[in-house]
Design a protein around this ligand. Structure first.
Ligand code: NAI
Length: 338
């Protein structure tokens, strides 16, 4: 494996790997370990892969900071089309994670299966084999309830419409929770089999993938990939609340201001989808256990952020980032204190 350290402002450590091809980005790892999954995805370029790694690592830092948990954020991304032999790639990445001596603890993310993670665990102790999809879908569900309560004065989903983009591990679980709570659920997925499997056991209504972001719904929940809410398309949205499981739902942070101007309540994704991060952090801190109260507390935090935002006349993202900024010192002072 060839590894080059890349200097990226505001990031503590970033590595470019040639074999396997990709990046390990550690936004904050020096005061406390950086936590974050490994993603394998097709990228159009190395720059696009780096950009994804950086945004995802920073989002992880935000997740821990907003929940008051003592961890930093990191991410590994591998470029799928240049991966070569998958098992060799995963073992080599695991060896690199091991060589970081615990500054980075990884796990699964998009494109990485349970068996991939178990394979990596044969080479490094710094990996979590837990599947976070249940905890993630639960925190998104609690976030939706909190946002409904804030907007409508009731957290009930009865007769509310929830549109879900992507019904993989997180989206399918969220769909089930919403249906069980009485919601009408619309779904779309680029993989038609996933929709068919879900629709066989749950009364969900199928929509075209190009349509789901524009349907009229109380809640729009992107649970597929990031960057789907674009600054030049916010006027096509017809939801009241935007709250999903995908990381980095907005193409850029300032898209949140456009949503705010349109009266759409955007629940910051790094808070809504932090259930798995919360569960993982508590497992590290206190051992295996039932952390459902801590995951449910994400709903309380959402309510607090929405109220802070209303009081300060800013978007919920701006309010959440103020909270995070208090908790996460900039990289220069972190280095000084190290
Ligand atoms: P997954 O791979 O199981 O599901 C993603 C689904 O989205 C797949 O069914 C895929 O076919 C579909 N999809 C992809 N592009 C699409 C598009 N343009 N339109 C409609 N459907 C599309 O992944 P998973 O685990 O459910 O994660 C979903 C999102 O949640 C990802 O962004 C991930 O980073 C994020 N996330 C997942 C966590 C977890 O614990 N699994 C934790 C926090 C965030």
């Amino acid at each position: 494996m060839w590894v080059t350290e890349v200097d990226v402002p505001n990031f503590e450590e970033v590595y470019r790997l040639e074999k396997p091809p990709g990046f390990v980005a550690l936004h904050r790892c020096r005061r406390a370990p950086a936590f974050g999954g490994t993603r394998i995805r097709a990228y159009a370029s190395w720059d696009e892969a780096l950009h994804d790694a950086l945004r995802l690592a920073e989002a992880m830092t935000r997740k821990y900071a907003i929940n008051g948990l003592p961890f930093g954020g990191g991410k590994a991304v591998l470029i799928q089309q240049e991966l070569g032999d998958r098992a060799t790639a995963l073992r080599t990445l695991a060896d690199f994670v091991e060589s970081l001596g615990g500054r980075f603890i990884t796990g699964s993310d998009l494109g990485v299966t349970e068996s991939d993670v178990h394979l990596m665990a044969t080479r490094t102790a710094y990996i979590e084999c837990r599947d976070g999809a249940e905890a993630t879908s639960e925190s998104v569900f609690q976030a939706i309830r909190a946002a409904l309560d804030f907007c409508r004065g009731s957290d009930s989903l009865r007769n509310r419409t929830v549109a879900i983009q992507g019904v993989g591990a997180v989206g399918s679980r969220l769909a089930r929770k919403c249906v069980e709570a009485g919601a009408r659920v619309l779904v779309a997925d680029t993989d038609a089999d996933r929709v068919a499997t879900l629709a066989a056991t749950l009364p969900v209504s199928d929509r075209a993938t190009g349509e789901i972001l524009r349907v009229r719904a109380d809640v729009l929940a992107p649970c597929a990939v990031g960057g789907v809410i674009r600054s030049d398309e916010t006027d096509t949205l017809r939801c009241e609340i935007l709250c999903g499981g995908a990381n980095n739902i907005l193409d850029r942070d300032d898209t949140a201001d456009l949503l705010e101007a349109r009266g759409i309540v955007y629940v910051p994704d790094f808070l809504a989808n932090s259930g798995a991060a919360v569960e993982g952090a508590w497992t590290q801190l206190a051992g295996a256990g039932d952390y459902s109260p801590q995951i449910a507390a994400v709903g309380t935090r959402v309510r607090q952020i929405l109220e802070d935002a209303r009081r300060a006349h800013v978007s919920p993202l701006a309010a959440a980032l103020r909270t995070v900024a208090v908790t996460v010192p900039p990289v220069s002072s972190a280095h000084r204190d190290a």
